[in-house]
Design a protein around this ligand. Sequence first.
Ligand code: AMP
Ligand code: ZN
Ligand code: FE
Ligand code: FE
Length: 287
Amino acid sequence: MKTVDLHMHTTHSDGSYTPAELMDYCHEKKLGCVAVTDHDTLSAYEECRRRADQHGVELIPGIEISAEYQPGTLHILGYFLNPSHAELKIKLEKIQRARRERNPKIIEKLNRLGMAITLEEVTREALGDKGNVYDKQIGRPHFAKVLMKKNYVRTFEEAFDRYLGKGKAAYVDKERFSSREAIRLIREAGGVAVAAHPKQIRLEPEALEKFIGELAEQGLGGIEVYSSCQNQRENELYLSIAKHFDLAVTGGSDFHGKNKPDTDLGFMGKGVCLTYDTVEALRARIN
Ligand code: AMP
Ligand code: ZN
Ligand code: FE
Ligand code: FE
């Protein structure tokens, strides 16, 4: 039976492995079926698929869309979607453009706070001497690294705590889809929408259940019950919510390579191992 990991990132969003390197690592880890879920982009898909094919690893087209939500984080995973769906592509390009327009605004805020930092430095941090801005998302982690290198902060965390984190002095909000729009787009492109790492929605059990119910009414098809960031007690809660609303159960490591070194590929909680039944059950939700 194939082992499964349905949540991971490449250099096309905020992971440290290139698409080919990530697929090599999936093979090394003996994963039989995986989904790459970069934030708000499908641009890694073709390269991942070519390499996955060479290794005989089954690759499910995937994405992780950031949706509007306060005060936690609402990420909606999409699986089995058609990566060349026209409306999806156009909407994602618009989000990527908004992200590129946000970066100079963050620079402006940091400059006003007295820090000498330029967009060129941040771009160089993100791209090195290769790559282009269209297959790489430049974002706050790159700002954080430049702030560290220039000794404005001591640690990566300090950069977020003082300047870059939500509501902090140099924070600029991102354009996002509403949950309804994200779920609709995923389904429109032939996919199944899944609520990522429910822990990060940061709601108490009852409120979470109510909220997942609302997402289910908007067309949500599953919940990521198993994630490296969730413990067994939390898993049980999410599993009961999934059952309550008849949602598919998924899991993934949320592997980001060196950019989140605590989480290894294939790990989604102590003793958790997803089998291929999960994938079959998810596929059955396509409509
Ligand atoms: P961006 O996409 O530019 O909004 O940046 C999002 C990324 O910044 C996330 O994927 C995290 O890697 C990182 N990040 C966001 N908030 C924090 C935080 N409070 N501490 C550390 N890293 C963070
Ligand atoms: Zn990420
Ligand atoms: Fe996420
Ligand atoms: Fe993720």
